[in-house]
Design a protein around this ligand. Structure first.
Ligand code: FE2
Ligand code: FE2
Length: 278
């Protein structure tokens, strides 16, 4: 190994420093062995502001990985591609499908990628890599592809559909996480974890045969039952996860629970937070 991985949180729901801006969304800038990777893109062009603020040069971007097709992770992609030099794109094919969410008042809202942007997006990338299965991105960096759903109490975390009538539930097969090995163990970086954070941890542990050192990102526990929260905490104990950075769609209740249960292991994750792993 011997190559440090540095993660800068480029977009998150909370601004974490002077001159930074935030929106409901997530994007990470990942530097590894001279390569530059973007994992998700936030929901708008706002990540460009933060990139400039952190002096991160999108021209250096080698690859973009999308965790899933929801707007708050993909909406910045065209803005990035207009400024980058044809990076590769790693994405599960279902991310390009239609996606809707049912609000409390019953209305369905389009939460997917604008269909008209899909062709321009694929035109602007060097290689389009479909990630149905675990896929190598660069050196130690991998993306899980489809995450097997093994725990019954982990649902996708919301009322998501693939049609505007709300008849076809969206299983979010596109949901995937990034992982890489370090001397201390594997680091897992989540988008929204619609596949379930426990399913994702278990799968990465199975794929790598290594202990999980850190879990960073959105855990989508906003609507999770107490039973599910208990099971999530139990799984983090079982994996003996040393560093936890719940963010984005984890939700205040679950975030508070994790910080209370693992006070010495939790780390803030806001715009401008950085994580370095050897
Ligand atoms: Fe999502
Ligand atoms: Fe999200």
């Amino acid at each position: 190994m011997g190559h440090a991985v540095k993660i800068t949180v480029l977009m998150e729901n909370t601004a974490g420093g002077r001159g930074t801006r935030s929106e409901h969304g997530l994007a990470y800038w990942i530097e590894h062995d001279g390569r530059h990777l973007l994992f998700d893109t936030g929901q708008s062009d706002l990540l460009l502001h933060n990139a400039a603020r952190f002096q991160l040069d999108l021209q250096q971007l080698d690859a973009v990985v999308l965790s899933h097709g929801h707007y708050d992770h993909t909406g910045g992609l065209m803005h990035v591609l207009e400024r980058a030099q044809k990076p590769d794109l790693y994405v599960h094919p279902s991310a390009f499908g239609r996606k809707y969410s049912r609000h409390d008042n019953g209305t369905l809202v389009d939460v997917g990628m604008p269909q008209r942007e899909i062709q321009p997006i694929t035109d602007r990338v060097e290689n389009l890599v479909w990630t149905c299965q675990p896929t190598h991105v660069h050196n130690a960096l991998h993306v899980t592809g489809f995450v097997p759903r093994r725990h019954d109490d982990e649902d996708v975390g919301g009322r998501f559909f693939t049609d505007a009538q709300g008849e076809e539930p969206d299983p979010l097969w596109d949901d995937q996480a990034i992982y890489f090995d370090t001397e201390a163990g594997v680091v897992v970086v989540l988008g929204c974890a619609h596949a379930g954070v426990v399913n994702t941890m278990d799968y990465v542990a199975q794929l790598t045969g290594r202990p999980i050192f850190a879990v960073i990102g959105g855990m989508h526990l906003l609507a999770a039952s107490e039973t599910r929260l208990d099971a999530t905490v139990d799984a983090m104990r079982r994996h003996d996860v040393q560093r936890l950075a719940p963010a984005h769609c984890t939700g205040i209740r679950a975030t508070a629970r994790l910080w209370t249960t693992f006070p010495d292991r939790c780390m803030p994750c806001a715009v401008g937070s950085t994580f370095t792993f050897e």
